[in-house]
Design a binder for this molecule. Structure first.
Ligand code: PLP
Length: 399
């Protein structure tokens, strides 16, 4: 009898399982629209010029790799604060933001979840229906009961905003609401600025705790535009959480660079919160790795490199938007009767295509076009070479 004889096989990660299936597919025309990764028009993962320049500068002056502080590189944390709240904003200048470097956006969410479990052990967590798969798993693993708030409206192709507000209004005080700050994953539908105002109002009136997941800042309308929602929560005088990811915006997926920021009432309170975040980190992995954080700090801290980053991020954003339009036009040209223009109203890397599970399975098995069973496709993986093939394939499964 082994110690592990009763250990059950865990279900496979759905996205990674799709990847394995894609890699094993021998179809020469196969296209992977399953993963949430930005590829350039040549189908390649970009290595941004700003990153290369920062890495070169770092290599020209090599430094020893001692342990970082538990909360990470100071310049990095300050850069995160600046991006999220604005460098000269009142929350930053008054010192009431506690920010820590994290292992990607996932790490930021996990540090926040573990800290919340300590201070609000009985709170429930609400995530959008649907949401990024890992939200439920991560908060469940942190010990929370996780439920959903209404979000996607399949019939009307958009957000069921009345349903969303009703869910939030019905939540008990102290409930933790995980919100996608921009570029909702998986649907591609964001709420409007006026609707955000209403969400902020309910969060405040009901005493809810907002946890904003900002994994795609800059992929929607621009860095400041996508960050505008943060300002609304600040203006309402709320305390809240923001996780940041640079995986997509710096194309630094494997370096695992992200952060967690907690807006507190005062500098003194932020000091206490920071001390607790550090305990969470210390007891999980002690302190963050050096390279990714150093690169991002170097880019954001240098006006020229920062301008280059904003330009490169802008190019990614514009290319995705162009692909949305090309997709809609291509589907029409391929004979799709139904109006697919809703795809251009979606924002960010993903599109809920409206295709059924059966259609997604056919896309995969007959055409080697891989998206998730929910109908989600990654528009950022389309390019001028594969788009015609994808349009033809979708047209055939829709017909
Ligand atoms: N949150 C959302 C909504 C995401 O889509 C992702 C990544 O796909 C993450 C968080 C995690 O980001 P990271 O890869 O930096 O951990």
């Amino acid at each position: 009898m082994s110690l592990f004889s009763a250990v059950e096989m865990a279900p496979r990660d759905p996205i990674l399982g799709l990847n394995e299936q894609f890699n094993a597919d021998t179809n020469p025309n196969k296209v992977n629209l399953g993963v949430g990764v930005y590829f350039d028009d040549n189908g390649k993962l970009p290595l941004l010029q700003c990153v290369q320049a920062a890495e070169k500068a770092l290599m020209d002056k090599p430094t020893a790799r001692g342990y970082l502080p538990i909360d990470g590189i100071v310049a990095y944390d300050n850069a995160v604060k600046g991006l999220v709240f604005g460098a000269d904003s009142e929350p930053v200048t008054s010192g009431r933001v506690a920010t820590v470097q994290a292992i990607g956006g996932t790490g930021g969410l996990k540090i926040g979840a573990d800290f919340l479990k300590k201070i609000s052990p009985d709170a429930k967590v609400l995530i959008s229906d649907p949401s990024w798969e890992n939200h439920r798993a991560l908060f469940t693993n942190a010990g929370f009961v996780v439920d959903t708030y209404a979000y996607y409206d399949a019939d009307n192709r958009g957000v069921n905003f009345d349903g969303m507000l009703a869910s939030l209004n019905a939540a008990a005080p102290g409930t933790i609401i995980v919100l996608h700050a921009c570029c909702h994953n998986p649907t591609g539908y964001d709420i409007t600025s006026a609707q955000w105002d209403q969400v902020v109002e309910v969060v405040k009136a009901k005493g809810l705790t907002a946890f904003l997941d900002m994994a795609y800042q800059g992929f929607g309308y621009g860095i400041a535009e996508d960050g505008a929602v943060i300002q609304k929560f600040v203006a309402a005088g709320l305390s809240f959480f923001v996780s940041t990811s640079f995986s997509k915006s710096f194309s630094l997926y494997g370096e695992r660079v992200g952060g967690l920021s907690v807006l507190c009432d005062s500098k003194e309170e932020a000091g206490r919160v920071l001390s607790q975040l550090k305990i969470v980190i210390r007891t999980n992995y002690s302190n963050p790795p050096t390279h990714g954080g150093a690169v991002v700090a170097a880019v954001l801290g240098n006006p020229e490199l920062r301008a280059l980053w904003e330009k490169e991020l802008g190019e990614m954003r514009v290319r995705i938007k162009a692909m949305r339009q090309t997709l809609v036009d291509g589907l029409k040209a391929a004979g799709v009767q139904q109006d697919m223009s809703f795809m251009t109203q979606q924002i960010g890397m993903f599109s809920y295509s409206g295709l059924s599970k059966d259609q997604m399975v056919r896309l995969r098995s007959e055409f080697g076009v891989y998206g998730t069973d929910t109908g989600r496709i990654c528009v950022a993986a389309l390019n001028s070479k594969n788009i015609d093939y994808v349009c033809q394939a979708i047209a055939k499964v829709i017909a």
